[in-house]
Design a protein around this ligand. Structure first.
Ligand code: ADP
Ligand code: MG
Ligand code: MG
Ligand code: MG
Length: 417
């Protein structure tokens, strides 16, 4: 398929088109008559096929030249698949075992053939069902610390990092989606916005008239666009994480881009807080008090694991051009290195809260909503949950410099709930 022009795969054509692909055949068996193909993509952008053969199964993910959720009226370049592939290889190198194994990449067909994660399910679905996964905080906290630290000038040879920055700088269209959908659209009457109406009309008007919030959202947008600190996952929400009780894997880094470390952390934690505020809408069968407690504990542990691992890497792997050891440890000044670490963690913390706040808003007011709230069929009940989350998001975004601990954030969340 490498030479022929791009053509979208279908359940019917996949076996004929990929039957000669050695990487795929070596994993699932080459007898295409026995291949079973289904399309399972539930995301907003791409096609995802599961292909089962005589000796195994694999996933084939293919980009389309447009946004799947909207259709061909919104073109989107195929090269996002290239960025996803390169992000996956870097994440695997920096945080081994955290992403699906990659079997094959075809740039022209914009397709990635990878490990079929099974019996993993999407974390968001597990949280909606009320499942308490025991390892997610540790696994995701480690993933973020390792990928964000090791992709930065704290760790990399600066020449390599700059070359990589140049490579990912071309992911402009997906950055543009984030820049508009996350930081701007929720705060004005953008065309593709939607919200639970009329229940939220009042609070939506309030947020759009909220000068402090809009200024803060634009400061965060500036930070996102101008602070090319490290290679971000770029779309690290609970729909981009697949889990079992013992395993956690990150998928779908097509938004990968050099940006501020705090962006991935904030987006991820926002998704736990949204899961928290949505639980009221899922407790018809059983009460969700324990689940709510669990979700707040997960935010505490994720942040703590992230901090601890980031600090560990700071002390043991600081080989880049920033805060060189020659300035500190090599002169016997360990305190200086700790001082600089505290500054960095403090700014990640403050910015993380801002990114979390706007992420909550855009999932309730923008184009791309979360199943956490969308699956609450009773619209009044859904709006009640959403309104609380909106209030929480506004508070942490605007007051992020005055909030000092994750326990303090969770006290606010509990108060609003
Ligand atoms: P999109 O970029 O369109 O959001 P995703 O990469 O998130 O696509 O994949 C969409 C869905 O396909 C996921 O929610 C998941 O259910 C399934 N999926 C994707 N990759 C895998 C995989 N490696 N193993 C199993 N299922 C997967
Ligand atoms: Mg996805
Ligand atoms: Mg998705
Ligand atoms: Mg995606």
């Amino acid at each position: 398929t490498g030479k022929s022009p791009f053509e979208a795969l279908s359940v019917k054509t996949l076996a004929a088109r990929l039957g000669a692909n050695e990487a795929l055949c070596s994993h699932i068996g080459k007898d295409t008559a026995r291949w079973k193909v289904r399309e399972v993509g539930d995301g907003n952008l791409n096609l995802v096929f599961i292909v089962e053969g005589a000796t195994g199964a694999a996933v084939v993910k293919q980009a389309l030249p447009y946004v799947r959720l909207v259709g061909d009226s919104w073109p989107l370049p195929l090269k996002r698949s290239f960025f996803e592939y390169h992000a996956l290889t870097r994440q695997e190198a920096r945080a081994p075992g955290s992403v699906p194994a990659i079997y094959h990449f075809d740039e022209v067909q914009a397709l990635i053939i990878m490990e079929y994660l099974s019996p993993h399910i999407i974390l968001r679905r597990a949280l909606i069902e009320g499942r308490q996964l025991p390892n997610i905080a540790r696994d995701i906290g480690l993933f973020m610390a390792r990928t964000l630290f090791r992709g930065s000038d704290l760790s990399m040879v600066t020449k390599d990092r700059k070359a990589d920055l140049a490579l990912f700088a071309d992911n402009v269209e997906l950055c543009d989606i984030t820049e508009n959908l996350v930081f701007s659209d929720p705060y004005f009457d953008a065309k593709m916005n939607r919200h639970t109406s009329p229940q939220l009309d009042g609070i939506v008007a309030e947020l759009r008239a909220d000068r402090d919030l809009k200024v803060e959202a634009q400061r965060l947008k500036h930070l996102f666009a101008a602070n090319a600190e490290t290679l971000l996952h770029g779309d690290l929400h609970s729909g981009s994480i697949m889990v079992t009780d013992s395993e956690t894997r990150m998928i779908d880094p097509e938004f990968a881009f050099y940006g501020p470390m705090a962006f991935d952390v904030g987006m991820l934690l926002a998704n736990f807080w949204m899961a928290f505020f949505s639980q009221r809408g899922h407790e018809q069968k059983e009460k969700r008090d324990a689940m709510r407690g669990y979700l707040l504990d997960v935010t505490v542990e994720t942040w703590s694991v992230f901090r601890t691992e980031f600090s560990h890497l700071w002390r043991t792997e600081r080989t880049g051009m920033l805060y060189q050891k020659s300035l500190f440890e090599d002169q016997g000044d360990r305190l200086g290195a700790e001082q600089a670490l505290d500054h960095m963690l403090h700014s990640i913390w403050t910015d993380m809260l801002g990114f979390a706040g706007v992420e909550v808003h855009r999932r309730i007011l923008g184009l791309a909503h979360n199943a956490d709230f969308e699956t609450i069929a009773d619209e009044d009940l859904r709006a009640t949950c959403e309104a609380k989350a909106l209030k929480f998001g506004r508070h942490i975004a605007v007051n992020r410099r005055q909030i000092h601990s994750i326990d303090e954030v969770n006290t606010l969340a509990a108060l609003i709930e």
